[in-house]
Ligand binder design. Structure first.
Ligand code: GCB
Length: 580
């Protein structure tokens, strides 16, 4: 069955954009929502009140206040909001002519972290999780003339949240991705899953889900380029499964082939560009379209090149992914949370395979059932959005989490849930390795039993020892499964020079990359790499003046786009690997 009421394939729907300036009120005390007894107010900021009479008292006014750009984090738009954690109210007026036979949805690409959404003073609902889309139906709720949408976004960190209180990236708050009005027919194609069946290279299988009164309909799936026209009928719940064979040119990094796929119902049409590929493991190999592949990757945060702040545009995606291509990558790790859909689609277009992940990171509240439900819901929204993207080959359920029984239960349940949502892709997580036994390091995390591919983060030569340390190390694994070194690297300030033992110098980082890449040649079960990280990124855990100035400096490229010396080391290594 379909997995949520999220409208997918949003780029191909009829939409009206609500991007641009939104009026805002900063509200660290939540005064716009609660009275002095902390009880929810009936006349909070969401009613968007105006002083009508001279003697009236209204102590806020969206119209004469500040504004912020949407999409955009608030932190990099106003100096005084750089470190801000709390609530901000957004208001936007809109006029839209509703059609009698159409339905309307208000769609958010993401809001970090918790959003409460109101239309004309009426609460539509809430959403938790800072990196996945959500939508509310507003059919019949718009008035003639001016309407207003008010959203309270709160980025307060909490121990029981996902991510938890501690993480190594900037806690960008706000309406960080696009906001749209989506217009669909009364009965519309809510969602469709269209991918190759597990382990097949010529059998497309999936399902179509309609939403609306006319549930039982005749559906046609067409792939005009190869003459496919397949008919099916939805049941009384608007649902139909299908399976058919097709003679396909498969998607791969060398040939990122996508087909136009058209799903036609009696009342709606759905079109998308879809690639087809198979992904599997055999022993310690990863097989793409049946052939062993080595994942030449790099980790990327959703951080905007040049201007700082959250990345959201096509241009941001092209710059970041362009650098990955220049490095010789065929793969990227989109860390540590779901990136925007444009990023995923651009990677697919450019032929970059993707590791996608949810922000289950460090010291999650493993025993809390609400925390699990939260992680599962973010995962569901991610899979719902991206399940038709051939580029996505790995779903990662966690990053760097310390072993415990509660953690094993949480993460094995989450891995199980991932396979229920999508049986076709591989499940992974970025693990810690064991403490070394002499100079031998073992991959031994019991979570490995529940994963298809093992990720491992290691910082030999940076957090432990100096750049020559990797020369001494040997790796072992208890698993007959592929390993990706999902993080490794060290910091360097672009333009700062010294010898190979001088911290923060480009030479230190360069030497580290030389020694690490030499070590990788000695790990027989290694099948992929995503060094940390493509570009320097902001993090409140990085206060060291001059060298850091709030930036994590492990980028191969500075935040201004300058390539550090290590860039060329990795590039040469990948060139060599690509020729083998
Ligand atoms: C890690 C984390 C990553 C950090 C990185 C670092 O292990 O997974 O989020 O940014 O180390 O730079 O310390």
């Amino acid at each position: 069955m379909p997995i949520s009421a999220l409208i997918t394939n949003i780029d191909h729907r009829k939409t009206a954009s609500l991007i641009g300036k939104w009026q805002v009120i900063i509200d660290p005390m939540e005064h716009g929502l609660y009275d002095i007894d902390e009880v929810e107010r009936l006349n909070g900021y969401f009613i968007n009140q105006k002083m009508e009479a001279r003697n009236e008292l209204v102590e806020y006014d969206f119209d004469t206040g500040d504004s912020l750009d949407v999409p955009g984090d608030w932190n990099t738009q106003r100096q005084e909001l750089f470190f801000y954690e709390g609530s901000i109210w957004y208001r936007r007026s809109l006029t839209y002519e509703e059609q009698a036979d159409k339905r309307l949805f208000l769609y958010f690409g993401a809001a970090n972290y918790h959003a409460v959404v109101f239309l004309n003073g009426e609460k539509l609902g809430e959403h938790t999780g800072g990196f996945t889309p959500f939508n509310f139906e507003i059919t019949g709720k718009l008035k003639q003339g001016a309407n207003f949408v008010v959203v309270k976004v709160d980025n307060t960190r909490q121990h029981s949240a996902v991510p938890t209180k501690m993480f190594d990236w900037w806690n960008y708050g706000g309406l960080t991705r696009r906001v749209l009005l989506v217009e669909v027919p009364e009965t519309f194609i809510q969602d469709a899953s269209i991918q190759l069946a597990k382990d097949s290279q010529d059998t497309i299988s999936g399902w179509v889900q309609l939403n609306g009164k006319v549930a039982a309909q005749q559906i046609t799936i067409r792939i005009p380029e190869i003459g496919i026209e397949y008919q099916l009928e939805t049941n009384a719940q608007g649902y139909a499964k299908f399976t058919f064979t097709a003679d396909l040119e498969l998607w791969s990094p060398e040939n990122p082939k996508r087909y136009t796929v058209i799903v036609t119902a009696e009342t709606d049409t759905f079109e998308d560009e879809i690639g087809f590929r198979s992904i599997a493991t055999r022993g310690q190999d990863i097989l793409l379209n049946g052939e062993p592949v080595f994942l030449r990757g790099v980790s990327i945060h959703e951080e905007a090149p040049f201007r700082a702040g959250r990345a959201f545009s096509r241009e941001d995606a092209r710059t970041l992914l362009g650098w990955a291509k220049e490095l010789g990558c065929n793969y990227v790790r989109l860390a540590h949370y779901p990136h925007n859909e444009t990023m995923v689609r651009e990677a697919e277009r450019l032929g970059l395979m993707i590791w996608a992940e949810v922000p289950v990171y460090w010291s999650i509240d493993w025993e809390n059932p609400d925390t699990f439900a939260n992680a599962a819901s973010q995962l569901t929204e991610l899979v719902t959005r991206d399940k038709n993207r051939a580029a996505v080959i790995l779903w990662s359920v966690a990053n760097e989490t310390h072993a415990s029984n509660a953690r094993l239960k949480f993460l094995s349940d989450l891995a199980h849930k991932t396979r229920e949502l999508d049986p076709t892709r591989l499940v992974t997580a970025a693990l810690f390795h064991d403490a070394p036994d002499g100079t031998t390091i073992r991959i031994n995390d019991p979570l490995g039993e529940h994963l298809d591919v093992l990720g491992c983060n290691e910082y030999w030569g940076w957090y432990f020892g100096n750049p020559d340390l990797p020369d001494l190390l040997e790796w072992e694994t208890r698993y007959d499964k592929p390993l990706i070194m999902s993080e490794w690297g060290g910091g360097a300030l672009y333009g700062y020079h010294g010898d190979t033992l001088t911290r923060w110098s480009e030479e230190y980082q360069e030497e580290l990359y030389k020694r690490q890449t030499k070590m990788f040649r000695r790990i027989p079960f290694l099948r992929g790499l995503t060094p940390w990280i493509l570009m320097d990124f902001l993090s409140p855990r990085r206060p060291l003046p001059y060298f850091q100035d709030w930036y994590n400096r492990k980028g191969l490229v500075s935040n201004r786009g300058e390539r550090k010396k290590a860039f060329a080391v990795l590039q040469a290594f990948y060139q060599d690997l690509a020729q083998q």
